[in-house]
Ligand binder design. Structure first.
Ligand code: ADP
Ligand code: ZN
Length: 596
């Protein structure tokens, strides 16, 4: 289609953005994607979580004649989207195994009365579905989580491969593939599998500027998470390594903070798991302690923090898991609490892997160790990992906000490694520490370790570095766990012992300032009107049996509180207030504003 016409359409789209969604401006690469969709070109959009991918097909679907068929891998995701779309006045329906309104949906579709029709890939590839589609003009095929089509991606779904023949049967209908995670290999696979032209790929940056990355040593997960919760009254996810820890930590932090906290892991009965997930999605202050089984299919936009109570599997996994925070664009925090043992154990497990996978896993762990140990910007390391070229500092990670002190501990590191070696590579760090600082307890004497050359070679000034070094050396794989819980030299010890590699360590930062009481991320001014608007939102949500964020996001309530609109016209200027929501909720919110 001619460029001028596309520009014209884009202008119309901008107007529709306000009237339908209540937003004033497109975000990031949204306009480019929408422009292509409106001019009938097939596209792959790679955009990070929270970039607003769904709007790039929902908006065109509302503008274009015909229905947009959306393929999505999870029923929960589809229903989430359905709710949000309908709340904005978009005519949408789902055809899934749990829907009871199949007849109505099919009738509406045939009558051309649907903007969006959501289906799972299994359904989309059935002949009956193809028949149904031929009854009505189609505007677009949107394929969500498109990396599922690729075996390179980690969520391969064979049914995604059957989408191509379906779409080929409608050659005039453009395609829009969407994903948040796709390396070059996966991208190439997606466009080949779904029939998208090479020049139809739009890649937005990976950065999530509203997420603050903080990485700390773990001294007590329960205490540190409780502290995080005190700073973040909103919903949060705490990732834990095991089912047992999910239960135990949920119990502990629930008791110590009085906040609603639920566990989530694959060992729970399916009904309980579903109930806990639903309760979390609907809540404005719940924390969920979960194994990595939790997350796929959670589109909750107001998650204020994601904590890791142990190291994640890889940087990719970390980025995906932390990416669940702050989709609404409001400030959010990602905190990783790591312990030396996390790395030591992960490295020990390398040995149990089949030979062919070891090197790859070791590289992943090394990359994670660099992230954890860096004295520099966390975001820069993350983005570089994904092939970007970010600035040296971001201004929104622990180290950029509070420059850490770094010290060269290479010499002490050599002493530690020597002591481990000379004591026979089978003792825990406590024993090594005693030998190095010259404390002769019974065991030291019994084993004759007081007679070793390393006995007492660490001075009183150096001694405080030992604990930190133990972590650093384990993170780097210079020290590894033995089967009996002792420490042995790892692959990376040699270079340090020979002085070929230095060991810089980051000294823990002083305590951070606390936020004044009564304020929070969502309500930084502690405005009582905001709280009242929130109360109203909560009761409307309960009445309609949907999560509060479907009504309005926090940012919308904040703007209302600041602007104090006195009429529906004024209220309509607030971001996030589209025509449909203005009609449904406008009077109720105005009433609360007038009372204040
Ligand atoms: P993604 O699927 O890319 O993770 P979503 O489509 O769920 O992101 O959108 C994330 C949030 O951003 C949604 O709550 C959506 O309403 C909001 N959003 C999308 N586009 C805009 C925009 N142009 N302006 C303001 N908010 C937007
Ligand atoms: Zn930074």
């Amino acid at each position: 289609m001619h460029g001028v016409i596309a520009d014209d359409l884009l202008e119309q789209a901008q107007a529709r953005l306000k009237s339908l969604f209540g937003f004033d401006n497109f975000r990031g690469r949204q306009p480019e994607v929408i422009r292509r969709v409106l001019s009938g070109q097939s596209t792959l959009a790679v955009m990070p979580t929270g970039a607003g991918k769904s709007l790039t097909y929902q908006l065109p679907a509302h503008m274009l004649a015909g229905t947009c068929v959306v393929v999505s891998p999870l029923i929960a995701l589809m229903h989430d989207q359905l709710r949000s779309a309908r709340a904005n006045g978009i005519r949408a329906a789902t055809l899934t195994s749990v829907d009871e309104d199949w007849r109505e949906t099919q009738e509406a579709f045939r009558a051309g009365a649907l903007d969006l029709l959501y289906v799972a890939p299994e359904r989309a590839s059935q002949p009956q579905f193809r028949e149904l589609l031929s009854c009505t003009p189609l505007a677009l095929f949107a394929v969500d989580e498109a990396h599922c089509v690729s075996e390179w991606g980690h969520d391969f779904r064979p049914d995604y491969r059957l989408l191509r023949p379906l779409m080929d049967a409608f050659p005039d209908v453009p395609r829009l593939a969407l994903t948040a995670t796709a390396d070059a290999h996966t991208r190439a696979d997606i466009i080949a599998q779904l029939g998208i032209p090479d020049d139809g790929v739009i890649i937005a940056g990976f950065d999530r500027p509203n997420i603050r990355y903080v990485i700390r040593h773990r001294d007590s997960a329960a205490r540190q998470v409780a502290q995080l919760m005190a700073d973040n009254p909103g919903p949060g996810i705490v990732y834990v390594p095991t089912r047992r820890k999910a239960e135990a930590l949920a119990q502990q932090i629930g008791a110590s903070t009085g906040r609603p906290v639920l566990p989530y892991h694959a060992g729970l009965p399916p009904e309980e798991r579903a109930a806990n997930q639903a309760a979390f999605v609907a809540s404005e202050d719940m924390v969920i302690c979960a194994t990595i089984a939790f997350g796929m299919g959670i589109d909750k936009p107001d998650v204020r923090f994601v904590a890791h109570a142990g190291i994640p599997k890889s940087i990719e996994a970390y980025y995906q898991e932390t990416g669940r925070a702050g989709r609404d664009g409001d400030p959010a925090t990602a905190v990783m609490l790591w312990g030396a043992g996390d790395f030591a154990q992960a490295r020990q497990r390398l040995g149990e892997l089949p030979e062919g996978r070891r090197a790859g896993e070791r590289t992943r762990l090394d990359a994670l160790a660099v992230l954890v140990e860096t004295p520099g910007c966390r975001r820069a390391i993350l983005l570089r990992h994904f092939g970007e070229n970010p600035p040296e500092t971001c201004g929104n990670c622990d180290h950029c906000l509070n420059a850490p002190t770094v010290t060269d501990a290479s010499e002490v590191a050599r002493k530690v490694l020597s002591a481990v070696y000379r004591t026979g590579q089978s003792y825990g760090f406590g024993h090594i520490q005693k030998v190095l600082t010259g404390q002769s307890d019974e065991r030291v004497l019994q084993r004759g370790h007081d007679r070793l050359s390393v006995f007492g070679i660490v001075s009183a000034e150096e001694a405080p570095l030992l604990q930190l070094l133990s972590r650093t050396l384990q993170a780097r794989g210079a020290l590894v766990s033995t089967d009996h819980g002792g420490l042995a030299l790892g692959d990376n010890a040699r270079a340090i012992l020979k002085g070929e590699k230095t060991v810089e360590i980051v000294l823990p930062p002083p305590r951070e300032r606390r936020r004044p009481r009564g304020s929070s991320v969502s309500n930084p001014l502690g405005d009582p009107l905001f709280d009242s608007l929130r109360d109203l939102r909560r009761s409307l949500a309960a009445e309609a049996q949907m999560p509060p964020y479907v009504i309005f996001h926090d940012a919308t309530l904040r703007e209302m509180a600041a602007l104090r609109p006195q009429s529906l016209d004024q209220l309509a200027t607030v971001g996030g207030v589209g025509a449909k929501k203005l009609e449904a909720y406008g009077d109720a919110f105005l009433a609360v504003i007038r009372q204040h």
